[in-house]
Design a protein around this ligand. Structure first.
Ligand SMILES: [Cu+2]
Length: 142
């Protein structure tokens, strides 16, 4: 019995270290923008500090609040600011990426249910190095 416990805890430890990146990135002020019922889309913002010695690339974000989740940037095109889907967000070593309004952000497209202010939703961030990080983000009015 004791052997089983040790085996299980070792297994849990190895899964955590293989997949999670929580020791390398520090997320602060995460928020999903509260939108009125009937709004098709919302956006997510946060600060992400890369505490590792390597540059990191976010290549995919998953959430079950919407049918699609995209990485967006806001770029100038013919004098107009437009949202565009991008392949990745890059975070240089020891720097902070700020996802914010009018800049890079997470785009939640085709919300499945109306958002409820104060709810927390799980969002999973995938990095190019194969690691990922799951966080809970509160829904707030901005
Ligand atoms: Cu967008």
């Amino acid at each position: 019995m004791k052997f089983l416990f040790i085996t299980l805890s070792l297994l849990a430890l190895s899964i955590a270290s293989a997949e999670t990146i929580s020791d390398q990135v520090i997320i602060s002020n995460p928020v999903i923008r509260m939108v009125p019922p009937g709004s098709p889309n919302s956006a997510g913002f946060m600060k992400i500090y890369n505490n590792s010695n390597d540059d990191l690339r976010i290549i995919k974000i998953e959430s079950d609040i919407s049918r699609k989740v995209e990485l967006h940037d806001v770029l100038q095109e013919n004098g107009m600011m437009k949202m565009r889907k991008v392949d990745a967000f890059e975070i240089k070593s020891k720097t902070t990426l700020e996802l914010k309004k009018g800049s890079k952000h997470i785009m939640f497209i085709n919300l499945i249910n109306p958002l409820k202010e104060g709810d927390k939703k799980k969002v999973k961030i995938h990095f190019q190095n194969g690691k990922s990080l799951e966080i809970e983000i509160p829904i707030q009015k901005l």
